[in-house]
Structures are given as C-alpha cells and as structure tokens.
Design a protein around this ligand. Structure first.
Ligand SMILES: CC(C)(COP(=O)(O)OP(=O)(O)OC[C@H]1O[C@@H](n2cnc3c(N)ncnc32)[C@H](O)[C@@H]1OP(=O)(O)O)[C@@H](O)C(=O)NCCC(=O)NCCS
Length: 343
C-alpha cells in the first residue's frame, strides 16, 4: 500500500531493514527515557532483529527517502496486538515534544498526537479491520498520553480504557520489611517452577476483572502462561528481576496465594509487571507486604523508583498503591476491538 499525504508516503514496514529505522528508534528511546525513565534499548534491539528478518507487520512513513515513523503489530492466533506507533519529533507535535524537565510528570504532554502517527495508525487499523482472520485487536500505547488517539480508535469501534502509570520514589532505607503470615502461608522468592501455579493464580485473580477485558490472556491458564513467559523469559516488559519477585504459597495445596513480579526497566527504575492475590486470601495485607518486599529489593539493587500500570477502573488497587505512596506520573489508553461487537 502506498499513500501520499502531507508529503510523506506510507509503505509496508517489511520493505525496510533496521539501519534505516535506527534514527527513529533512537529518538523513540530518548522519549521513553525522558517520559517514563525506561531504557528502550533492549526493545529496540528486538525490534531491529524483526525488522532485519522483514517479518514485522506494520507501516513506515517515508519523506524524502527518510523513515520518519513506524507502526507495528504482532499476531497471536486470531488476535493482533498493536505494539507501538512513533514518529520523529521534528514532524511530530505530540510524542516528540521538546524535553524540558527530568521528572515524569513535567514532561507528560497533554493529549496531543502527531499527524504522521495518526496516519500510520489509521493504515494499520484499516489493514487489521479488513483482515478476516483477525477477531480481536488490543493496543496499549504506553508512551502516548491518554486521549492522543482516542478519536481514531473510537471511530474504528474500539472500546477505550484509561490506564495510569504510577511511580513510587524509593527512600533507600535498607531495613527489610517484616513478614508476618499465618502458619498456612509461606513467603519466598520467585522460582522458575512457579510459572504454572502463577498462571493458575492470575486466571483466578482476574476473573470478571476490568484488566481481563483489556488483555484476554488473563482469561485462561494457557493465556496467563503465555503472558508470564513473555515477562519472565522474553523481556516483554523490561528485564525480569528474579530478586524483586516473590510469591506467597499455601502450604497445604502448594498453590500460590499471591505474587509480585518485578522487572528492571532502567538503571534507576524497577517496574512491577504483576501484583495479584487469590480472592480467597484478600484483605489480609498480602499485596501490601509484597509491594514492600519488592520495593526493598529494588532499593538494594540500586533503583531509586518503582513504577507500575493500573487501570483507572481498578479502584481497590489504586487505593492500595496510593496508600503505599505511589503517585500518577502519566496516563495512557488501552484500546480493544472485537469483530463480534460489530456483527
Ligand atoms: C488489588 C489486590 C492486589 C489487593 O490485594 P490484597 O492482598 O487484598 O490487598 P491488601 O490486603 O494488602 O490491602 C491493602 C490496601 O489496599 C486497599 N484495598 C485492597 N482491597 C480493597 C478493596 N476490595 N476495597 C477497598 N480497598 C481495598 C485498602 O486500602 C487496603 O488496606 P486496608 O485493608 O488496611 O483497608 C487484589 O485485590 C487483587 O489481586 N486484585 C486483582 C488483581 C489486580 O487488580 N491486581 C493489580 C493490578 S494493577
């Protein structure tokens, strides 16, 4: 497909190898660092491998022979997940706004969006909506402020869920938090063998939960296993940090009652990729205890802050995080489209 609009062309991303996209990825990496304190290099490297293999579905925006931006998705059976959209700052009045301060909040723009990014996203949506095998589309454009692409997603029939990026500053005190648990529960660090029980826990914890509308992997043990594999083994969300990941085990069943999973997203920041407690063990302080343990571990690992994302509708979790000293540094949208919904 080739479109000429606003002096740029939209071309299939699979025509391009990594070197021509490098300036775009570098500019995007700077924005990830500035806005979210997130080191984008590992993601960038992974993307470049896919680009070099010419197997990444998506589009590139080209002006005067130069790639100005890109959008891509990945397919998981009949689902498409939009991974990212980004255009170079000079052409992008939204995502590429000039840096002004080092804090997250000061650099979060209002819901602006770049014309190139809009065009790229429209092309990808047109492709996916017209691909009969695609039954479901999910997008979580973490880098972009809530509302930036609301109109485009809304017009295409997506449901939008506002999500918050919360940050807790770590104080650097080294006293380990106390673990006081009833005799039937055991607290310990994460182990590789926890993957399958963790998948069962996630599936139970997110039953009828807003997050299982956003990410359908949470709705089955198989899907939760896939989610966990991506987090733990494939740097799906930073680099998994085993020392900052913990579980609470019910001794009798050896099933997990609760877990927290940490990843390293930069030298200064840890990120919690998962916090959940089985419904049978809620309101006993397990989540609060796991958050304190993860915070202590990240402090020992040299991080100065922890971040996490939470859906705005998840009031209980937001109450917990706020109580623990997390504050909102950024908000973004998750968008979901179902082919059935338009039948
Ligand atoms: C959110 C969740 C992790 C809380 O786990 P928990 O072990 O029950 O939480 P805690 O007992 O440590 O509660 C700590 C505080 O959180 C808040 N909180 C937790 N559950 C709450 C609820 N149902 N209603 C209101 N406040 C709640 C309270 O401030 C509570 O303090 P209090 O009990 O002293 O009033 C758990 O409900 C869960 O697993 N939910 C589904 C998965 C999920 O949403 N994970 C977070 C994704 S970002």
């Amino acid at each position: 497909m080739q479109t000429s609009a606003n002096a740029f062309e939209i071309l299939d991303l699979r025509h391009f190898a990594a070197p021509i996209l490098r300036p775009v990825l570098e500019a995007e990496g700077e924005l990830w660092q500035r806005r979210l304190h997130w080191d984008y290099q590992a993601s960038s490297r992974l993307l470049m491998q896919y680009l070099d293999n010419h197997m990444l579905p998506g589009y590139a925006a080209l002006a005067s022979g130069r790639v100005m931006g890109y959008v891509f998705c990945v397919y998981e059976e009949t689902k498409a997940v939009i991974g990212d959209v980004f255009a170079l700052p000079s052409q992008s009045n939204g995502a590429g706004a000039a840096p002004t301060a080092s804090s997250h909040a000061a650099d979060s723009p209002s819901a602006q969006s770049s014309p190139i990014e809009q065009t790229l996203l429209r092309h990808l949506l047109e492709l996916l909506l017209n691909s009969p095998h695609v039954e479901r589309i999910e997008a979580q454009l973490l880098l972009h402020s809530s509302g930036a692409y609301g109109t485009i997603f809304g017009e295409a029939g997506f449901e939008i869920f506002r999500r918050l990026f919360l940050v807790q500053q770590l104080r650097g005190d080294s006293k380990p938090p106390q673990v006081i648990l009833p005799a039937n529960l055991e607290f310990r660090p994460w182990r590789e063998a926890d993957l399958a029980p963790a998948a069962r826990l996630i599936c139970e914890a997110y039953r009828d939960h807003p997050d299982s509308l956003i990410n359908d992997q949470y709705r089955s043990v198989h899907g939760s296993m896939r989610f966990l594999n991506n987090i733990v083994h494939y740097a799906g969300c930073g680099t998994f940090s085993q020392p900052a990941s913990f579980v609470v085990v019910e001794r009798a069943s050896r099933e997990l009652a609760a877990l927290v999973l940490g990843s390293r997203v930069s030298s200064q920041s840890g990120h919690l990729t998962q916090v959940c407690v089985h419904p049978a063990f809620r309101r006993r302080g397990l989540a609060r205890m796991l958050l304190a343990q993860a915070a202590h571990s990240f402090t020992r690992l040299g991080a100065s802050e922890i971040s996490l994302t939470v859906t705005e509708a998840n009031a209980e979790a937001i109450e917990l995080y706020t109580d623990e000293g997390y504050t909102c540094a950024h908000s973004f949208d998750a968008a979901v489209w179902l082919r059935d919904a338009i039948a």
